[in-house]
Design a protein around this ligand. Structure first.
Ligand code: PHE
Length: 341
C-alpha cells in the first residue's frame, strides 16, 4: 500500500489539464466512488494495527494533495479561458445579422427615376388593370393592330372597351394628358404584362419607365438631348447614342435608341453581337392624333415620349444574360448585388 500511495503522490503532482473536462475525469479516477484513493481507504480497513498510524497519515496527505491539486488546475484552466476568449466575451463585436437587400430591378428603376428627376421630371403612376382606350385607343392604335390581339395582350373582359392588363405604361401618360395642366414633364414607372413565352430575353411580366414631355416648341433635338444625357448618366460619360428610324402608332417620327456598348467601348464583343451598339429604348415625337385624343391642341403644343424596359437596362448594366434570374428570387443571385448596391 505504501508503494501505491507513493506512486499516486507522484502522479498527482504531475497532473496537467487543458479543459475543465480533464479535471473532472481526474476527480472521478482518484476520488470518485471507484477512484484509486477511495479504494485505498477501503483497503486501509484491512491494514495491521501497527501500520495504521503511518499509513493513515500518508493516506490523508494523499487525499489532501489530490483535492488541492484539482482546485489549482481548475483555477489555471479558468484563467486561460478568460485570456483566450471565453464563450461569452461581451467585448467582441456582435454576430453579422443578415439584412435583406434591395432587388436589382428596384435599384435600376430608382436610378432611372433619379436621373430624370434631376432633369425636372415628376413621377406619375397609374393602374395595372386598364381599359382598351388608355392602352391602345387614345394612343392611335388602329382597331386591327396586332398588339390588340389575344396573343399579345392579357384580356380580363371583352366589351366595347375591353378590360386588360396594360402592355406598356404609356397608358399612364394618357391619363396624365387627360388631367394634368400643361406643360407636362413626367416619367411613368410600373409593371407591364405581355402574353409572351418566357425565355432568357422575354417575360410575360416586366418593368418599364416611360417618359413624356409636352410643352410649346418641343423638338426632336430636345428629345435627342434628353436621351443622350440620360445615357451618359446611366452608362458613363463616354457613352454615345445613335437613333434608328422606327415605328410606333403613338409617335411620329419614331426612333429606336442604341447606346455604344459599355463592355467593349464600341469595338464589338459578344454582348453587342459585334455591332458595338446596344438597344435601350423606343422614342419619338408624340403623334398629333394622340395629343388631340386627350384634348391637347397639337397646333400649340408638341412633345416627345420615350419608353424603356427596366430589366433590359439592368441586364446591360450588370451583364446578366438571362432575364429570368430577376424573377426567380434565388438569394444566391440577389446576394451578388449586395456589394454593388
Ligand atoms: N410604349 C412603347 C413600348 O412599350 C415604348 C415607347 C414609349 C416608344 C414612348 C416610343 C415612345 O414598347
Amino acid at each position: 500500500m505504501k508503494q501505491r500511495i507513493e506512486e499516486l503522490l507522484q502522479e498527482i503532482q504531475e497532473l496537467k489539464a487543458q479543459k475543465l473536462q480533464d479535471i473532472e475525469e481526474y476527480r472521478i479516477r482518484l476520488l470518485g466512488k471507484k477512484g484509486a484513493i477511495t479504494k485505498l481507504f477501503e483497503d486501509f480497513r484491512e491494514v495491521l494495527p501497527e501500520q495504521k498510524r503511518e499509513l493513515g497519515q500518508k493516506l490523508n496527505t494523499l487525499k489532501n494533495l489530490a483535492s488541492s491539486k484539482l482546485e489549482e488546475l481548475k483555477e489555471k484552466v479558468g484563467e486561460s479561458i478568460l485570456q483566450n476568449g471565453p464563450k461569452n466575451d461581451f467585448t467582441k463585436p456582435g454576430d453579422k445579422f443578415d439584412l435583406g437587400t434591395r432587388h436589382p430591378i428596384s435599384v435600376t428603376r430608382e436610378e432611372i427615376i433619379s436621373i430624370f428627376s434631376k432633369f425636372g421630371y415628376a413621377v406619375a403612376e397609374g393602374p395595372e388593370i386598364e381599359d382598351d382606350w388608355h392602352v391602345f385607343g387614345a394612343l392611335n392604335f388602329p382597331p386591327e393592330h396586332p398588339a390588340r390581339d389575344m396573343q399579345d395582350t392579357f384580356f380580363i373582359s371583352q366589351s366595347d372597351n375591353p378590360v386588360l392588363l396594360r402592355t406598356h405604361t404609356s397608358s399612364v401618360q394618357v391619363r396624365a394628358m387627360e388631367r394634368m395642366p400643361l406643360p407636362i414633364r413626367i416619367v411613368c414607372p410600373g409593371r407591364v404584362f405581355r402574353n409572351e413565352a418566357i425565355s432568357a430575353r422575354a417575360h410575360c411580366i416586366f418593368h418599364q419607365v416611360e417618359g413624356l414631355y409636352i410643352d410649346k416648341n418641343v423638338s426632336f433635338a430636345d428629345l435627342k438631348q434628353a436621351v443622350l444625357l440620360f445615357a451618359k448618366e446611366m452608362f458613363g460619360e463616354q457613352t454615345k447614342i445613335r437613333m434608328r428610324p422606327s415605328y410606333f402608332p403613338f409617335t411620329e417620327p419614331s426612333a429606336e435608341v442604341d447606346v455604344s456598348c459599355n463592355i467593349c467601348g464600341g469595338k464589338g464583343c459578344n454582348i453587342c453581337k459585334g455591332t458595338g451598339w446596344l438597344e435601350i429604348m423606343g422614342c419619338g415625337m408624340v403623334d398629333p392624333n394622340v395629343l388631340e385624343a386627350s384634348g391637347i391642341d397639337h397646333k400649340v403644343y408638341s412633345g416627345f415620349a420615350f419608353g424603356m424596359g427596366v430589366e433590359r437596362i439592368a441586364m446591360l448594366k450588370w451583364q446578366v444574360k438571362d432575364l429570368r434570374l430577376y424573377f426567380e428570387n434565388d438569394v444566391r443571385f440577389l446576394r451578388e448585388f449586395e456589394t454593388v448596391i
